[in-house]
Design a protein around this ligand. Structure first.
Ligand SMILES: [Zn+2]
Ligand SMILES: [Zn+2]
Length: 176
């Protein structure tokens, strides 16, 4: 089960939940934290009622080839911020081929679909997640401090807890 999706599901159900590296303080083996003892039981019930399939990307999960956004489904192609046309899935693209507006396909994909869109491109134990994509991922510390814009690994500026965004996002199982 992907902790990020699980925590989103819990928040949709009104339970304060967030994710962090599984070895910091895990009430759940998935690395999902909930906001207090009274939420643990309802959170477990919600997650138990949710099939693992519905939390797992359907395509490409078993693939272990090198990450490449050209392998993403064409229907995910983000639109150009200038003219609105679909951008080609080209990781090297710097501007829209139609109107010339500066555009980074990887960043636009993140904005539109969130970091989960890249999960299918990485094998479980990959260390190759792009630094830029990780820096822009919306990941929060166990103290709820947002880690956006910070490096792949480090310590939370607010509470000092160590984090590894690859672990938080389920891209790597390695502990800190
Ligand atoms: Zn354009
Ligand atoms: Zn913190």
């Amino acid at each position: 089960m992907i902790a990020l999706r699980a925590s989103m599901l819990l928040r949709e159900n009104g339970i304060p939940a967030w994710i962090s590296a599984p070895d910091i303080m895990p009430p759940f083996e998935t690395g999902v934290f909930v906001g207090g003892e009274s939420f643990v039981r309802p959170a477990r019930e919600i997650l138990a009622a949710t099939t693992a399939e519905s939390l797992t990307p359907e395509t490409g999960w078993e693939s272990t080839a090198a990450p490449d956004i050209r392998r993403l489904d064409a229907s995910l192609a983000p639109d150009c911020p200038g003219c609105g046309r679909a951008l080609p899935m080209d990781p090297g693209l710097t501007q829209c081929p139609a109107c010339g507006t500066p555009a980074n396909v990887t960043e636009r994909l993140l904005e539109r679909h969130g970091p989960e869109v890249f999960v299918s491109l990485y094998p479980d134990d990959s260390d190759d997640a792009p630094e830029a994509a990780l820096a822009n991922c919306h990941v929060v510390c166990q103290c709820t401090y947002p880690l956006d814009g910070l490096g792949t690994t480090g310590r939370c500026p607010e509470c000092g807890a160590p984090f590894d965004k690859r672990v938080v996002l389920g891209w790597a199982k390695r502990s800190l």
